[in-house]
Design a protein around this ligand. Structure first.
Ligand SMILES: Cc1ncc(COP(=O)(O)O)c(C=O)c1O
Length: 358
């Protein structure tokens, strides 16, 4: 029996996609081979790759003047590669700091640019700063932010207005969770291992005028323009992860696209937050307007019960609930592939645990 998997990433994948992957594994489309055993430059894989890109373009309504790149290195590598690809030496860049992942991005950018922190939520990072609190510098090459902080469970309820300065978003844990207007962004990047597919792949959506000015020391295989010019086949891409991402995009299309998926995600998150708020035993510290739809952090009134909560939850088929080591407590990651039934089962378990220990 499959567990309900609340892991923050790598994370739950749609059962239908796993089943299809299994069914196609040994003999992909009567080729006598699996898709991971064939050349990335061969017709079969090239078609898989192109279809994944066009399905992603359709799901997000990506305008034509945006390139879509499929590459390796994870989201963390982009923390360095974005400044290297998009800015000249000593450029000023603006970063909004909302917690763990913004800080990692800021640290890396500081190696290449002069970083100005345009907003800092502070206070334990339990809310996204309001637009009126943001202070942009003049002449910044871009503004970077993390729409959803995976660890703190803090999500922006709005897209920051930057007065025309390109906006860069680390959407690792929120991409494809609801509709967005891609044209508001200069560059969007996301590690695949939450809402896209297995680990090993990162997807970048970039406005085409922003690339082509990489610093000379940028590694060629990480030069966004060169990657775009070569359909992300400059060197061997992570073919299996790309193939599975394509299956996930098809699953999303069958599921009604982003409007329908976003609505399901809203209901899942609201149901879980409502259960937490209704109890004195559980607590979520995040400001109501900044609560993540994807990562719901909560603590127990008595942290001495954390270990027992996790053991009992695992025994009940609820996995991956341990909070990040920095924050402790619990975190339920409820990405697209987590069904409402998983959230309801978690809530029933929480109520029963509270009844026994409250
Ligand atoms: C928002 C965010 N950014 C960056 C990362 C790092 O991603 P990667 O491990 O692919 O480098 C993560 C991973 O969880 C994340 O949640």
């Amino acid at each position: 029996m499959r567990a309900y998997n609340f892991s923050p990433g790598p994370a739950v994948l749609p059962l239908e996609v796993l089943e299809q992957t299994r069914d196609e594994l040994l003999d992909w489309h009567r080729s006598g081979m699996s898709i991971m055993e064939v050349s990335h430059r061969g017709k079969a894989f090239m078609e898989v790759a192109a279809e994944a890109e066009s399905d992603l373009r359709e799901l997000l309504s990506i305008p034509r003047n945006y390139k879509v790149l499929f590459l390796q290195g994870g989201a963390s590598a982009q923390f360095s590669l974005i400044p290297m690809n998009l800015t000249p030496p000593r450029a000023t860049v603006d970063y909004i700091n909302t917690g763990h992942w913004s800080k990692r991005a800021i640290e890396e950018a500081g190696r290449y640019c002069s970083v100005h922190v345009a907003g800092d939520a502070g206070d334990g990072y339990t809310r996204a700063p309001a637009q009126s609190e943001l202070r942009f510098s003049t002449g910044a090459a871009f503004v970077h932010y993390t729409p959803n902080e995976t660890i703190g469970g803090v999500e922006f309820g709005y897209v920051p207005a930057t007065g025309g300065v390109p906006l860069i978003a680390d959407m690792s844990s929120s991409i494809l969770s609801r509709p967005i207007d891609v044209s508001k962004f200069g560059l969007i990047y996301a590690g695949a291992q939450k809402n896209i597919g297995p680990a090993g792949l990162v997807v970048i959506i970039v406005r085409d005028d922003l690339i082509g000015h990489a610093r000379p020391e940028t590694p060629h295989v990480f030069n966004y323009q060169a990657i775009a010019d070569n359909q992300s086949m400059l060197n061997t891409p992570p073919t299996f992860a790309w193939y599975m991402a394509g299956l996930v995009f098809k699953w999303m299309k069958r599921g009604g696209g982003l409007a329908a998926i976003g609505e399901r995600n809203r209901i899942k998150a609201q149901t879980l937050y409502a259960a937490i708020d209704a109890s004195d035993f559980y607590r979520n510290p995040v400001a109501k307007d900044s609560r993540s739809w994807m990562n719901v952090a909560f603590t127990l009134k008595n942290p001495g019960l954390d270990a027992e909560f996790l053991t009992r939850a695992a025994a009940a088929g609820l996995q991956g609930l341990k909070g990040h080591r920095v924050l402790g407590g619990m975190r339920a990651s409820i990405y697209n592939a987590m069904p409402l039934a998983g959230v309801e089962t978690l809530i029933a378990f929480m109520r029963e645990f509270e009844r026994q220990h409250g």
